[in-house]
Ligand binder design. Structure first.
Ligand code: T4K
Length: 415
């Protein structure tokens, strides 16, 4: 590729990709395999609520994860809400702010106050050494979040929680199939919750799974799920519709069958990014931390504006013009999003690592829709951005001034 200034789609050249390259796993097996499995659903005329495919999925997940109970639900957000309920969490729960908004919202829906902890600058996982300062008599638990196909040191968190008499569970939405010292994630803390959203490595289109080795917690989770309790005589005070349909279970079963293939492809894509991004000044690819096995379902980089020459947001603008759907991830930090900025203003400027990562992290495409050549092309664009950062900076600044003047002109016509 010519590295000249005229060669960017943002300044008028043809985009590098004809159609947008998405960022999520988005893996769907062949139509024939769906058809076979959906035919069974229609023949049985049993479409949802603890059906035979759901039971098969839960059995297979239990074996795959080496966990006693895998309870499938409609999505991970609901799974996290159910986990807080069955664990009798109340008062305050500590979790990292550098996560998807759903982690904290699952607490707020249960009337529990989220206490935001900062993260480690290298691994992006919760900074365990910062927990002491956050504990008071109202804190009842910790929610660890296993990010980026890595892990937040669950063994150290278990020891910490035990020492302080706190309950511990995990948002493992990003960590399906990952292992810590060869123990699969699903087996740490009291409960672990996975997401089976279409962008995740195991997909049910929408869905999730709550895992536990505790029989009592499992009975209570199974009682909450169908909205009317079940035959187990366990104490529950709330029910909900968190059922997974047979159609979702059918898709998840095929996705589980193909997990090894998808994991291997993701790992190869990750290694390609690693090789190609290594020598670009100002770009750091985040390596999944603390795991003996990763699903490599996220490609996340930090952009150091001073060295790279462009800000993270400018790089995203240039990549989007080339039809690469890169995005800020996570942005903003949970403590600065919906409601929390107003209701918990005390966190402003107390989470410096989270704030810095929210300003510099970028998610790049990985998964079924991404080819090996695509990675080479994406890295080449990023490399060209760095080499032509001076031109791009001035170009984008000029574009912004023009846009500003244009909207001022339109406003003035109505004043
Ligand atoms: N905890 C953590 C740490 C999480 O990351 C998440 C969810 C949760 C908890 C809660 O899990 P769930 O309750 O969702 O099971 C996405 C997903 O909705 C969400 O699952 C995920 N994490 C979150 C980080 O990202 P969106 O709204 O940004 O995704 P969406 O739908 O815009 O899709 C992303 C990209 O993929 C777009 O470029 C469009 C493309 N896409 C997406 C879908 C669904 C397609 O091309 N086709 C598709 O079918 O939230």
């Amino acid at each position: 590729m010519n590295t000249g200034e005229q060669n960017f789609a943002i300044s008028g050249a043809k985009p590098r990709f004809d159609k947008p390259i998405p960022i999520g796993q988005l893996y769907f097996p062949s139509w024939e395999r769906y058809e076979a499995s959906f035919r069974g659903i229609f023949e049985r005329q049993y479409y949802t609520n603890n059906g035979p495919l759901l039971t098969e999925l839960e059995d297979k997940l239990q074996r795959f994860l080496g966990v006693k109970h895998a309870i499938c639900v409609s999505n991970a957000t609901f799974g996290l809400m159910m986990a807080a309920e069955v664990m009798n969490l109340s008062g305050k729960v500590i979790l990292p702010s550098f996560t998807f908004i759903a982690s904290a919202q699952s607490l707020s829906w249960s009337g529990i106050e989220p206490i935001f902890c900062d993260v480690d600058p290298l691994t992006h996982q919760i900074a365990i050494e910062k927990l002491d300062a956050l504990i008071d008599e109202h804190v009842t638990g910790i929610m660890g979040v296993n990010l980026w196909g890595g892990a937040c040191n669950p063994v150290a968190l278990e020891q910490y929680a035990q020492k302080h008499g706190l309950k511990l569970y995990f948002d493992s939405a990003h960590a399906f199939g990952c292992a810590v010292d060869n123990t699969k994630i699903a087996n740490f803390g009291s409960v672990e919750v996975f997401s089976f959203h279409a962008t995740k490595v195991l997909s049910a289109t929408e869905g999730g799974c709550v895992c536990t080795n505790d029989d009592d917690l499992a009975s209570r989770l199974r009682s909450i799920r169908p909205s009317y309790g079940n035959t187990d005589s366990v104490e529950i005070t709330k029910v909900a519709n968190a059922r997974m349909s047979e159609a979702q279970a059918a898709i998840a079963l095929l996705s589980l069958e193909d997990f090894p293939k998808n994991q291997q492809k993701n790992e190869t894509l990750f290694r390609l990014y690693e090789e190609r991004l290594r020598n670009i000044p100002g770009i750091r690819l985040v390596i999944p931390a603390g795991v003996s096995f990763s699903n490599y379902q996220y490609i996340v980089c930090e952009v150091d504006e001073k060295i790279f020459g462009l800000s993270r947001d400018s790089l995203i603008t240039v990549l989007k013009a080339e039809n690469v759907n890169a995005r800020r991830y996570f942005y903003p930090g949970t403590h600065r999003s919906i409601g929390y900025l107003k209701s918990l203003p005390e966190y402003n400027d107390t989470l410096p690592v989270t704030d810095s990562l929210c300003a510099t992290c970028l998610q790049l495409p990985v998964g079924a829709m991404v080819g090996f050549d695509d990675v080479a092309a994406i890295c080449e664009i990023i490399d060209n951005c760095q080499r032509n950062s001076h031109f791009l900076r001035s170009f984008l600044a000029e574009k912004e001034i023009k846009a500003h003047n244009h909207s001022a002109e339109i406003r003035s016509q109505y004043e």
